[in-house]
Ligand binder design. Structure first.
Ligand code: ATP
Length: 702
């Protein structure tokens, strides 16, 4: 993927505007045509995104970081096979501030040095137009200009905040109905009468309810004063689900449900107001239901301990924010004319059907979706299809999925998995993301490896991971769920970040985020201790855990509960205190009964030389690991600085992607087959034989 394809936000904004304009037009049409005809459900248009049509230009004129290998240098001797050579590294490696060994507490001279370097870097790299300063999703119009001091608190300190923020994009017109993604619903799917209100009454009630929520909103806003605390999940929790204020003539007798008068093909029709979903799992393309259920039941215990609180939180979270309509009074009268971007999908125009893909096998099932390997019948391309789970959705399309789709469609980077288009299920009640197919995920690969990755291999993977994380953070996105199963690998040595279901944009609004993010093992201590203000540093902690896991081939802190997780962290890194982490004592979760362990023992786990089989890590490598696993989020290293760390320019140099080890493509096998390959057992063998007979015999997604 070309390095210049980073026009993310421009595309995003344009699409947002386009959606808004379309919604506005529809709203007007609906007022005129409440009795209009329901459109033919089969009239889908194939407007799948053409990859050739993408705008590869950098929307903000931002110069991306040079590819890692250009920065790398080092002695030629003492190399591992496949190391990348470069002569330009010395510049970067010398200038980075280093952190103390006491888990992030720099000595005073170091601190001064760090500030000076930060200022110098900020001065040299920043440009007022470099970064987007507001979240394009949620705008806090009442907030004052973002104070620089707050940016300085977060990891953005080195990137410098421009003195003048760009003006926010025009908000939708007053009668705007938020529409993000739409899929049509067949008239056959219409459920019998649920409520007794007329469409007009429903509209009125909805307006009243939104108004009530807007009144409550200012009180929620006082929770935090940090610019890093942003568009929060609580807001979403309390926010109205995105509902269409329209009725279909066909539905006019079907009251209590939100339906579009005449959905365009490919539109999402938000489900009924009563909270009952009109889509059932078995109806999700019907033919898929049993198989999915069976796989789910068989495999559900395979997963690492994902925090259940997270699931319930996201359950509440999976409702649409209505903040788009929050400040209608402040909207400019005349929105700017919308200029269609080069590369964007008009999701309202419709999507291809999933029937245009042949299902090959199920790859995996995560919290928010089932992922299949499939073949595009038109192009023969092998792709991954992620089916968006709808089970938790009481109302409407899952917000986590909308976030993921929005972010992934907008972003293009070699270290971010590419989403090509969105397609709809055959019974028009399911949505699939069409992604580039990757043969492995890092978790699966490490489970099959006999030996851990070598240092030069770890460097190759870490550079790719950090490039991806830097790209996200530069574009104001927190991933919030970085873990080995969300890092995909292919047999070309490429690593790509996937699963943006929990990610979100941050920046402007003054509200706390939800705390229950990030799978437990990779969760930053500030989250475990209940902070409501967090920043890019949470992802950097996860990166530190991943680095340690790559080196050791086992998770660094594998707690089963939040308390155990903290306990494991404290036993290894020492119990934090106010001195090394100012503000620690005030965190909501700080308890007196935590283990008192005064020393940082991380080095014991990663010694400089080892005869015990422990992973060896050089001084520089340990410094990077320690900088990533720094308690105080303000002192934790940023992705930008980590990329410049001298570890990457010392021998052994990072291995070239071309020389990275390859593995049999486990993702091409069913999960049960995979499980057998990972840990063969005689009983599984019999099942495997049966399975092998079945692989490839399935019809289209069923
Ligand atoms: N593009 C892809 N190519 C190949 N495999 C993929 C792809 N995307 C996802 N997978 C596989 O599917 C798994 C689950 O995907 P993903 O993490 O996106 O789903 P999720 O429901 O959001 O999961 P989670 O429970 O981690 O939140 C991944 O761990 C990976 O094994």
């Amino acid at each position: 993927m070309a390095a210049g394809r980073h026009g993310g936000y421009r595309d995003y904004e344009a699409r947002e505007r386009e959606l808004d304009a379309e919604a506005s037009r529809r709203s007007k049409e609906q007022q005129h045509h409440l009795g209009g005809r329901h459109r033919d459900a089969d009239r889908r248009r194939d407007v799948g995104r053409s990859r050739g049509g993408r705008d590869f230009a950098n929307g903000h004129g931002r110069r991306r970081s040079p590819p890692p290998r250009s920065r790398l240098a080092g002695r030629i001797g003492d190399r591992e096979p496949g190391e990348v050579l470069s002569g330009s590294a010395s510049d970067d490696s010398g200038g980075r501030p280093h952190r103390g060994r006491d888990n992030g507490v720099p000595s005073s001279s170091r601190e001064g040095e760090a500030v000076a370097v930060s200022a110098a870097v900020g001065a040299s790299v920043s440009s007022p137009s470099k970064k987007r300063k507001f979240s394009p999703i949620i705008w806090d119009r009442d907030s004052p200009k973002p104070p620089h001091s707050d940016a300085a608190r977060g990891k953005k300190v080195v990137e410098s905040v421009p003195a003048e923020l760009p003006p926010p994009p025009p908000l939708p017109p007053k009668d705007h109905i938020p529409v993000i993604l739409a899929v049509e619903k067949s008239p056959m799917d219409v459920e019998p009468t649920v409520g007794t209100e007329s469409a007009e009454q429903l509209l009125e009630h909805e307006e009243n309810r939104v108004a009530e929520e807007e009144e409550e909103y200012p009180t929620m806003r006082n929770i935090s004063t940090s610019r890093w605390a942003g568009a929060n999940d609580e807001e979403e929790d309390g926010a109205a689900p995105m509902k269409k204020k329209s009725t279909s003539p066909a539905d006019s007798s079907v009251q209590g449900q939100w339906k579009r008068a005449s959905p365009e093909l490919g539109e999402v029709v938000v489900s009924d107001i009563s909270g009952g979903r009109t889509m059932s799992r078995s109806s999700d393309s019907g033919r898929m239901g049993n198989d999915e259920k069976e796989d789910f039941e068989v495999d559900k215990d395979d997963y690492m301990d994902v925090d259940r609180g997270q699931a319930s939180d996201s359950d509440a979270e999976n409702r649409m924010s209505d903040t788009d309509s929050e400040d209608e009074a402040h909207r400019p009268e005349t929105p700017e004319p919308v200029k269609p971007p080069h590369r964007c999908i008009n999701m309202l125009q419709g999507c291809r059907s999933v029937d245009e893909f042949e299902r090959l096998n199920k790859i995996n099932e995560g919290t928010y979706g089932v992922v299949y390997r499939a073949r595009d019948k038109k192009t023969n391309e092998i792709v991954a299809l992620k089916k968006v789970k709808m089970e938790k959705e009481r109302e409407g399309f899952p917000l986590t999925s909308l976030r993921e789709i929005n972010i992934l469609l907008s972003f293009h980077h070699p270290s971010i998995v590419d989403v090509k288009e969105v397609v709809v299920g055959s019974s028009l009640d399911s949505i699939f993301m069409v992604m580039e197919y990757m043969e492995h995920d890092l978790k699966g690969v490490m489970e099959t490896m006999k030996q851990p990755y070598t240092q030069s291999e770890v460097k190759c993977l870490m550079l790719q991971l950090l490039e991806g994380v830097k790209y996200l953070h530069d574009n104001w996105v927190l991933h919030r769920d970085l873990k080995t199963s969300n890092l995909l690998l292919n047999n070309r040595g490429e690593l790509k970040i996937c699963d943006f279901g929990l990610s979100r944009q941050y920046g402007s609004p003054l509200k706390p985020y939800t705390q229950l993010v990030v799978t437990l093992w990779y969760r930053a201590p500030e989250l475990l201790l209940g902070t409501k203000e967090y920043s890019t540093a949470i992802d950097m902690w996860s990166v530190g855990c991943i680095m340690a896991e790559l080196l050791a081939k086992e998770p660094l802190f594998n707690g089963k509960t939040e308390f155990e997780q903290l306990d494991k962290i404290f036993r290894t890194l020492g119990t934090p205190n106010e001195k090394i982490w100012p503000g620690y004592a005030k965190l909501p979760g700080v308890k007196v009964n935590f283990v008192k362990q005064p020393y940082n023992r991380l080095r014991d786990k990663f010694p400089a030389a080892s005869f015990s089989g422990r992973p060896i890590l050089s001084e520089a490598g340990f410094d990077l690991l320690n900088s990533l696993l720094t308690y105080d989020p303000d002192k934790r290293i940023s992705a930008d600085d980590a990329l410049k760390h001298k570890w990457f320019s010392e021998v052994p140099l990072p291995k070239s992607k071309d020389f990275m080890p390859t593995f049999p493509a486990l993702n091409e096998l069913d999960r049960r087959t995979k499980r057998y390959l990972k840990s063969p057992d005689p009983l599984e063998e019999q099942r495997l034989k049966e399975l092998q007979g079945n692989i490839g015999n399935r019809g289209l997604f069923g």
